[in-house]
Design a protein around this ligand. Structure first.
Ligand SMILES: N[C@@H](CCC(=O)N[C@@H](CS)C(=O)NCC(=O)O)C(=O)O
Length: 288
């Protein structure tokens, strides 16, 4: 059947004028339609969520003066050469500030001023990755398998962090783990034993399994970084966690744990990340 027979007579002018209208709106930036992965936010945009957001005029990241869940965001912004204010909250300021935070916790990222404050370190890590992309440093590949694989590894590090967390916190807040409410129990020999057991079991039983998966992942992707030859947000998450475990600052966790259970491949991987110019700058002693 001839296609033209099914088109009513008014269709051609309608089609022509609608195309013309579309072009005018697009050229006036009233309609902003590009490929899904290069769409930028615009006040008049019909597409609200963007894969590569515009660089904000200001960024303030608030967290305590420790690495914690903020470090991955700080590293992603630093490697991506995205300027940000690194606001360190003192522990004695916290009780007053807590009530002012969106969910009573930190890290909090303030974007373009006080009206836009966003929480949740994983979400902020991804946002930092997209800002780095916008800056020309592809830290968080967008779309297709590359993004899926990066997300997979971010969630893998999440899983490892979530598995470790109770072993860390049992030492800090034993009552959250069913131990006596009485604060005098905290620090007792019994508490120390419980903490030691929980931590050493994780380091000896669980940690080697996670490191084994990481080694396989590195080998599969060419040996350099978790998702291939280029550093990604997944590495920004994993490396500070490994460094923290190997810091010697956690009771019952020996400094050598990463070398001992991870071997040369993991040591070389951490060194490679720590050797990135922007990472070296980030950890270089700062003038205060
Ligand atoms: N899911 C949140 C967790 C945030 C969180 O638990 N923050 C802790 C510090 S690591 C906090 O603010 N603690 C202080 C409090 O709860 O008063 C994220 O990943 O950002």
């Amino acid at each position: 059947m001839c296609a033209s027979k099914s088109i009513p007579p008014f269709s051609f002018p309608f089609f022509f004028f609608s195309r013309l209208l579309f072009r005018v709106l697009k050229s006036e930036e009233i309609l902003r339609i590009n490929t899904p992965y290069t769409v930028h936010s615009h006040p008049k945009s019909v597409v609200k969520m963007t894969a590569t957001p515009p660089l904000p005029s200001s960024l303030k990241l608030e967290y305590f003066d420790i690495q914690g869940p903020a470090e991955k965001i700080r590293l992603a912004l630093s490697i991506g050469k995205v300027p940000f204010e690194d606001r360190r909250i003192k522990f004695d300021e916290w009780q007053q500030l807590k009530a002012t935070m969106p969910f009573g916790k930190v890290p909090v990222l303030t974007i373009d001023g006080e009206d836009t404050r966003v929480t949740q370190s994983d979400a902020l890590l991804r946002y930092a990755g997209r800002l780095a992309n916008a800056n020309g440093v592809e830290l968080y590949p967008q779309g297709g398998m590359a993004q899926l694989r990066t997300d997979e590894m971010v969630s893998f590090v999440d899983e490892m962090a979530n598995s470790w967390a109770p072993r860390l916190y049992v030492g800090m807040s034993p009552k959250n783990f069913g131990y006596p409410e009485d604060d005098s129990w905290k620090g007792s020999e019994e508490h120390k034993k419980a903490t030691e057991l929980a931590r050493t079991r994780w380091i000896n039983d669980d940690f080697p399994v996670y490191l084994g998966h990481i080694k396989k992942q590195l080998a599969k992707n060419g040996g350099k970084f978790l998702c291939g030859d280029q550093v990604t947000i997944a590495d920004c998450y994993l490396v500070p966690m490994l460094n923290r475990l190997a810091s010697g600052g956690i009771d019952y966790v020996e400094k050598e744990c990463v070398v001992k259970h991870g071997g040369d491949e993991i040591t070389a991987y951490v060194d490679r990340f720590m050797g990135i110019e922007e990472v070296k700058k980030w950890y270089a002693p700062k003038d205060v």
